[in-house]
Design a protein around this ligand. Structure first.
Ligand SMILES: Cc1cc2nc3c(=O)[nH]c(=O)nc-3n(C[C@H](O)[C@H](O)[C@H](O)COP(=O)(O)OP(=O)(O)OC[C@H]3O[C@@H](n4cnc5c(N)ncnc54)[C@H](O)[C@@H]3O)c2cc1C
Length: 423
């Protein structure tokens, strides 16, 4: 792509939380922005599990990037996969062979699943990262109930009605609670030959507690709340095998047709592209101003990076952190154009939230800790606030109200194939 630009060219790779925030914050700055993403939509990942559990529709948590930036003539959006960086020649390299020149590059390419050296488990235990992942999981969960309805062998029926979630961080806890609600409250009246309330939801965690990033008392509260929803929580046992038949944990075999991976992530390939230092999860170790070591014209932000926070611990891989970094990078670009220098990036942790089933949540604001129904309302309001656009806010609020009051989940659609197709 030839450039006739007189302006400073900023290329941003990734329109997730970090990349989009940087783009928004560069409004009015005399730069020419090219925003590249291999998906055509910005995705609100914190609510992906609600698509996977048939609570929300895909279009309620994702927006076309082009549409979000339609009022920004300074931004060109490219639907393309970046496959590398030519740091010497200052080009982002696209998979299709095209090169995009930059003066400043921002890498905001996020993270992917990590199976801790067992990539062969992925087909049996898919993770949750994209809309496709969410609709695939929704399909598997709903098909399991459909097959159980027609299965006459008790052992096979039990395996169909066993849902295993590996990893008890916020995503695992949220999935487990919502699948339990689905089985107990939403589905029972729709089936004739099975009692969906008998479904087993098993949450397996290698560490000693659920929600390890939260304070101890909130973690205990989450454990008891999950158990009261009927979720079987197994702590301190790593899964050592995943197959089409189930999992092995602590040396024991558990037959299950639906397994969900919520145990780990690793960064995108940004560090590899630049041969830059990275941690064990491939996260690029950035400088205090979020530049890549040895490349002052390349920034890296969000889940694809690691940097210490004010408490000495790594900044967590959460949306507010990626947004703060996106804002900081925009400020640095602005300051550099004006010949100014900014102090190093400083992360401010606003809090951690997790939903447990349809009426409870835990919130850890540090000094203030909330649990139960009040936390659920704050959790709901916060998530609705962070969605984009009035239509989606209203639509999500209505969907949640319907689930809260009527136990109905509107998106129980099995798509991507007929009943003949294996899940
Ligand atoms: C299931 C789930 C639940 C979560 N829940 C929460 C929560 O409750 N609260 C919270 O704060 N955080 C949560 N997170 C984490 C949060 O979503 C991430 O921290 C945040 O998305 C990181 O932002 P990012 O900009 O670094 O990456 P992302 O938002 O992941 O964006 C990366 C973008 O880069 C694009 N991309 C990647 N590689 C390429 C390439 N080679 N070429 C072109 N484009 C590329 C991707 O398509 C994507 O659009 C959750 C994450 C998941 C997966």
């Amino acid at each position: 792509m030839a450039s006739s630009s007189k302006h400073h060219r900023v290329v941003i790779v990734g329109a997730g939380f970090g990349g989009l925030e940087a783009t928004y914050r560069l409004a009015g700055v005399p730069v020419e922005i090219t925003l590249i993403d291999r998906r055509n939509h910005h995705l609100f990942q914190p609510l992906l599990y609600q698509v996977a559990t048939a609570s929300l529709a895909t279009s309620e948590i994702a927006w076309p990037i082009r549409y979000l930036l339609r009022a920004r003539p300074d931004v060109t959006t490219l639907f393309a996969n970046v496959s590398g960086v030519d740091a010497g020649g200052k080009h982002a390299l696209l998979e299709d062979g095209e090169n995009i020149p930059y003066d400043t590059l921002v890498l905001a390419t996020g993270a992917r699943h990590a199976y801790f050296g067992h990539d062969e488990w992925e087909p049996f235990a898919p993770g949750l990262k994209t809309l496709e992942d969410a609709t695939t999981l929704r399909r598997r969960i709903l098909i399991a109930f459909e097959r159980a309805e027609r299965e006459t062998d008790p052992a096979r029926r039990a395996a169909l009605l066993t849902f295993v979630i590996i990893g008890a961080g916020p995503t695992g806890v949220e999935l487990a609670g919502t699948i339990a609600d689905l089985a107990r409250d939403t589905l029972p009246r729709d089936f004739r030959h099975i009692d969906t309330r008998m479904a087993r939801v098993v949450l397996i965690e290698a560490g000693p507690r659920v929600l390890a990033g939260f304070a101890d008392d909130l973690s205990s509260y989450a454990l008891h709340s999950l158990q009261s929803l009927g979720v079987e929580v197994i702590l301190g046992e790593a899964v050592t095998e995943c197959s089409a038949d189930g999992v092995v944990h602590g040396g024991k075999k558990l037959d299950a047709r639906t397994i969900i991976w919520a145990a780990g992530v690793r960064a995108s390939r940004a560090a590899e592209w630049l041969n830059a230092p990275a941690d064990r999860s491939d996260r690029l170790k950035v400088e205090p101003d979020l530049t890549v070591p040895g490349h002052p014209d390349i920034f890296a932000i969000g889940d694809t990076t690691t940097i210490a926070g004010p408490d000495g611990h790594p900044v967590p891989g959460i949306a507010p952190a990626a947004k703060q970094e996106g804002k900081y990078v925009a400020d640095v670009i602005k300051a550099r154009l004006q010949g100014r220098k900014l102090p190093p990036f400083r992360y401010r942790h606003a809090g951690s939230l997790a939903q447990i089933g349809k009426r409870l949540a835990v919130i850890d604001f540090g000094r203030i800790k909330l649990r139960g129904a009040i936390a659920w309302w704050i959790w709901g309001i916060a998530h609705i606030y962070f969605l984009i656009g009035l239509r989606n806010r209203l639509s999500v609020a209505l969907s949640w109200l319907w689930i809260y009051v009527r136990n109905q989940r509107a998106s129980r659609l099995i798509t991507q194939g007929s009943s003949k197709v294996a899940s």
